[in-house]
Design a protein around this ligand. Structure first.
Ligand SMILES: *Cc1c(COP(=O)(O)O)cnc(C)c1O
Length: 360
């Protein structure tokens, strides 16, 4: 068996030890005589799996007691609808900050449910930085402020948390939640699709402050109502049981490795290695303003045209896969989520250096 180094933006690589444990438990989970996939979500065994997953996630992020953790479905994309449906009625038109592909989509979807403001943005085609705080025009009466704290396509990451006073701050953290410590108390609501940095597809995690429950609009489908989901322990219907189980194993893997402080250090080291090489190279460029570069998603371009396919073929031959950039940007993108070991980044940099010597 040969495992590749998988740089996919999502669904993305998972820790090998987690996959091995899932394999070992596949036919018989802890003496239950069945796979987790075959269990009733209402049974004792799965009850243990979901409550341990929640407790471990609480520990990892030091989630305060007045926040609920929900394990839902529909991806981050369905949250683009759930957020306005639950929160819009709390105040004036919500403020959206647009910094790339995903925050643009969130804005567009929210517009289906009422009027929305753009409080700050970077121009389409130039999503290469975070709008400076001085340019933000926030409405103190807004129902909430929404932003995407790591733009997966454009490789733009907020390394600071906006201060929105009494207005609830809502963040799409799909591609960097659990990449380092986070002060949850600064947010009203955090959400993240699991398939980037947490687990398999089919699961989205929502961390929501108590006082934001119970305000859903009358048109809000029951299954999107945060209060209904919280009251039912994320189980008004069948949840994504297997995805929750794997995410739980990932939480235990993070805790065993020293928690978010340890993974934060590892992520710094990996990102520095790749960016330092790109910046010192003659063939590769990264378009993002240095202070706003993502540690998780690193888009890079080759300065000479016509080399992309050859670069990708050579990479694949060395077991460095899924490096093709997003269709809207072209070029390459290396995603360096928690599960990517430093050896994978070293192998990538070594290959990039070789390719540059041959074609630079
Ligand atoms: C991938 C991604 C999404 C969409 O996730 P789905 O689970 O496919 O709906 C939304 N926001 C961000 C930041 C993402 O990276």
């Amino acid at each position: 068996m040969t495992r590749v180094h998988n740089f996919s933006a999502g669904p993305a690589a998972l820790p090998e030890v987690v996959l091995a444990q899932a394999q070992a438990e596949m036919l018989d989970w802890e003496g239950a005589g069945m796979s987790v996939m075959e269990m009733s979500h209402r049974g004792r065994e799965f009850g243990q799996i979901i409550s341990e997953a929640e407790a471990d996630l609480r520990t990892l992020l030091a989630v305060p007691g007045n926040y609920r953790i929900l394990f839902l479905q529909g991806g981050a994309t369905l949250q683009f609808s759930a957020i306005p449906l639950n929160l819009m009625g709390r105040g004036g038109a919500p403020d959206y900050v647009v910094t790339g592909e995903w925050s643009s989509k969130a804005l567009k979807e929210a517009g289906r449910f009422g009027s929305v403001n753009v409080a700050a943005s970077t121009p389409a085609g130039a999503h290469d930085h975070v709008p400076p705080w001085g340019e933000w025009r926030l409405d103190p009466a807004a129902a909430y402020v929404h932003y995407c704290s790591n733009e997966t396509v454009h490789g733009v990451e907020f390394h600071w948390v906006p201060e929105t006073g009494g207005v609830p701050l809502v963040a799409d953290m799909s591609s960097h939640l659990l990449s380092g410590p986070l002060d949850v108390s600064r947010f009203g609501l955090i959400y993240a699709g699991a398939q980037k940095n947490i687990g398999p597809a089919g699961l989205v995690i929502v961390i929501v402050r108590d006082d934001l429950l119970g305000g859903a609009s009358p048109q809000c489908p029951g299954l999107l109502d945060y209060k209904l989901n919280a009251d039912a322990g994320s189980m008004p219907n069948t949840p994504a049981t297997y995805s929750i189980y794997i995410a739980g194993l990932v939480f235990k893997w993070l805790l065993a490795g020293g928690g978010l402080t340890a993974i934060d250090r590892a992520n710094d080291e990996k990102a520095r290695l790749l960016y330092d090489f790109i910046d010192s190279s003659t063939l590769y460029t990264n378009p993002v303003a240095i202070p706003d570069r993502s540690r998780m998603n690193v888009p890079f371009m080759l300065r000479r045209p016509g080399l992309d396919d050859g670069f990708l073929a050579g990479a694949e031959a060395r077991g460095l896969v899924q490096l093709r950039g997003h269709r809207s940007l072209g070029g390459m993108r290396a995603s360096l989520y928690n599960a990517m070991p430093i050896e994978g980044v070293r192998a990538l940099v070594e290959y990039m250096r070789e390719f540059q010597t041959q074609h630079g």
